[in-house]
Design a protein around this ligand. Structure first.
Ligand code: AMP
Ligand code: ZN
Length: 114
């Protein structure tokens, strides 16, 4: 069992503002939001990042995207739109080494990714 910060949030040791949760995935508000809606979507299974996915564990991505869809509806951005990002490694600025997706929305973000 990893003691990473997101595993501790999943385990309940660190409080979070939970938006949606099921057996496989937890969605909570980012502590330092970059947009009016900024959620973190994490698989409950500890996986470092997308580089660590394989045929055995890749199904967590579908679970995360279904949870993202639900969380978008709960936070009211399903129709206005949102962006989902997963940072991998140094150049992307990944700061928490537990696979996660940012869901950002609630403001027009333009068409560019960078
Ligand atoms: P990344 O830079 O892609 O690894 O994203 C990590 C994100 O986790 C950052 O946006 C942080 O603000 C967020 N974060 C770190 N600690 C917490 C926490 N305790 N609760 C909620 N979000 C957090
Ligand atoms: Zn973890």
């Amino acid at each position: 069992m990893s003691g990473c910060i997101f595993c501790r949030i999943i385990g309940g040791d660190i409080p979070s503002d939970t938006i949606y949760e099921n057996e496989k995935v937890k969605v909570f508000k980012d502590i330092s939001p970059a947009a009016p809606v900024h959620l973190i979507i994490v698989p409950k299974e500890h996986i470092d990042d997308i580089n660590s996915l394989d045929a055995e564990n890749a199904n967590v991505i579908g679970d995360c995207m279904l949870a993202a869809k639900k969380a978008a509806a709960i936070t009211g951005v399903s129709e206005s739109g949102y962006r989902i990002i997963s940072n991998v490694g140094e150049d992307a600025g990944q700061s928490v080494r537990h696979l996660h997706f940012h869901l950002v929305g609630g403001v027009p973000m333009g068409e560019k990714i960078l």
